[in-house]
Design a binder for this molecule. Structure first.
Ligand code: FNR
Length: 182
């Protein structure tokens, strides 16, 4: 049976290198994993005052996540944390209290950056929120992808064979992680 994976890209930028990384990861995944990219840019900022009558964008986002068997996060680091739009999406998905879409959800995190540190700070801030929310972030392998933009050719294709092998293994591990938790 197919696994339905929601993909959340932390960058809203049209030419995002992290989006290219997410598309590459989806392309390298084992057979049976199906991917739906779920946007976060149109989500109104989370405000508990709207819990009783939520904006339709919140409801659509929560429904998309509820339907998914697992979630793949691919994000840049902004100021040593996650971009605000991604944190907002985490908050929107976590409420109303007791109805969090993250509860028990297998997740994997890949961070990408032009710097050599590879988004370590964002990766671990996101991991902290997911652990608190009782989502299940895959522990190993970790994916901190440095010098991200240099990995893609003009058509957005990943050229480095070692990175391709690493990312393939990351997705095979995620597939096994989902199996283990289901
Ligand atoms: C950045 N960038 C960045 N990079 C990093 O490695 N650590 C950081 O803390 C930050 N902080 C930061 C803050 C803000 C507001 C911006 C706009 C950028 C650089 C960032 O990694 C770079 O722009 C990436 O290319 C963004 O990813 P996308 O949009 O290409 O996916």
């Amino acid at each position: 049976m197919s696994k339905h994976i929601a993909v959340i890209v932390g960058s809203l930028r049209e030419g995002s290198d992290n989006r290219k990384l997410a598309q590459t990861l989806a392309g390298l995944a084992p057979e049976g994993m199906e991917f739906t990219f779920v946007g976060t840019g149109a989500l109104p900022l989370y405000n508990p005052d709207f819990d009783e009558n939520p904006p339709e964008e919140w409801t659509a986002f929560r429904n998309a996540l509820s339907r998914a068997d697992a979630v793949l996060f691919v994000t840049p680091e902004y100021n040593r944390s996650v971009p605000a739009s991604l944190k907002n999406a985490i908050d929107v998905g976590s409420r109303p209290y007791g109805e969090s879409v993250w509860d028990g959800k297998p997740t994997a995190i890949a961070t990408g950056s032009p710097s050599g540190i590879g988004g370590f700070g964002a990766n671990h801030h996101l991991r902290q929120s997911l652990v608190f929310l009782n989502a299940a972030p895959m522990q190993q392998p970790e994916a901190y992808i440095g010098r991200l933009a240099e990995l893609f050719d003009d058509s957005g294709n990943l050229t480095n064979a070692d990175t391709k092998a690493f990312l393939s293994n990351f997705m095979a591990s995620f597939d096994a992680w989902i199996d283990k938790l289901s």
